[in-house]
Design a protein around this ligand. Structure first.
Ligand code: MRU
Length: 353
């Protein structure tokens, strides 16, 4: 990457710091999180967002819970962790990485009964954070060849460095191709209602010197009629056992038009986003968000304030519309259920919600 973005999540001097992504790109504000309630609110309000980033933030959030508790015994500390885990998991229901990261830290805290519990929790959260960087590199290595010289790529929402760490997921092959000097264009959907594409993806790619053009949601089909799009690349919040892909609202229409115009539709994610315990997208809880997010843009009313609103934050793209799922372990292709199981099952611990 040729630019220094502010870190989305950092752990310095025993303090969890989160970049407030609601204010980007015009203001860079980093806030220390002093309690589990702070971390819950940061996740719920999308100060920190993107599936892997909320998992990492919540993992450190468990350490924050221990800092602010008065517990003196190991049992009491475990009770603090269990309560914090429940609170943090309830912040957002769709991204499986959140529960996955929390369960992983809890499991280690339980397993290392003789060690200092706070040290163990911090250590495991750090490990998840560190692994995330390496995973993004693995995704880049497995998928950079999808980006051919002169190609046009549509992406949706932000599955970039701001949502993960370092290279991002959907953006990982873009950063790597750019580093290798391969010319290509990215069209970033603005991604209503909260404009992650406009505020975050356009910002981070432009800072890296990547040729990025902002488009309204719904423009991609027209660009495909003009032959400008060779590839769609998006991230995901959860891939179910059958290969259905849950991602930001507006991903499904993109997949449908890509199929119509014969454009490959790829999804990039860490293996922690694969949820073999959920059979299909039908069983995933899709977060419903506040109506005012649609009635307003950045706090400015754009619709009658009493108009009825539907605001699901995610949609489900059926596996048969997905060309491939890029992970740090390789690319799963059709039939996705079998391919994902072969590639990832042995590396994915069971997750509870
Ligand atoms: O509501 P958000 O901004 O958290 O939604 C994020 C997405 O939909 C991303 O595409 C997904 O989490 C993958 S991030 C690597």
């Amino acid at each position: 990457m040729t630019t220094e973005l502010p870190a989305t999540v950092s752990w310095q001097d025993d303090t969890l710091c989160l970049l407030d992504q609601r204010l980007l790109p015009h203001k860079v504000v980093i806030e220390a999180q002093r309690s589990v309630e702070d971390v819950f609110r940061a996740i719920r309000e999308l100060r920190v967002r993107g599936a892997p980033a909320i998992g990492i933030a919540a993992a450190y959030g468990l350490a924050v819970a221990l800092q602010s508790s008065q517990s003196t015994s190991r049992d009491a500390s475990m009770r603090v962790l269990d309560a914090a885990a429940q609170t943090l998991k309830s912040a957002r229901p769709t991204a499986v990485n959140l529960a996955w990261a929390i369960d992983r830290v809890l499991a280690r805290a339980r397993a290392e009964a003789s060690a200092d519990i706070y040290t163990v929790v911090v250590d495991e959260a750090r490990a998840i954070h560190e692994e995330d960087r390496a995973i993004c590199r693995g995704i880049a290595d497995h998928s950079v060849d999808l980006i051919r010289s002169g190609c046009g790529i549509v992406t949706h929402c932000n599955a970039g460095a701001l949502a993960v760490s370092e290279l991002g997921t959907a953006t990982a092959p873009m950063y790597e191709a750019h580093r290798r000097g391969i010319p290509f264009r990215v069209y970033a959907d603005e991604t209503r209602p909260l404009l992650q594409g406009a505020r975050l993806t356009a910002w981070e790619l432009a800072q890296a010197g990547i040729d990025v053009t902002l488009i309204c949601d719904g423009t991609a089909a027209h660009l495909m009629t003009q032959g400008l799009v060779d590839l769609v690349l998006v991230g995901t919040d959860r891939v179910t056992a059958n290969g259905d892909v849950v991602n930001k609202i507006g991903t499904l229409p993109l997949a449908i038009v890509a199929r119509h115009f014969n454009v490959p539709f790829y999804v990039a994610c860490p293996s922690s986003t694969y949820d073999p315990n959920t059979p299909s997208g039908n069983e995933v809880t899709l977060e419903q968000r506040a109506p005012d997010e649609v009635r307003e843009i950045m706090g400015h009313a754009i619709a009658p304030m009493d108009v009825k609103v539907l605001n699901p934050a995610f949609d489900v793209t059926p596996s048969d519309l997905v060309t491939g799922i890029i992970t740090e372990r390789g690319i799963a292709t059709a039939p996705l259920a079998e391919s994902l199981a072969k590639l990832l099952s042995s590396h994915r611990a069971a997750t509870t919600q």
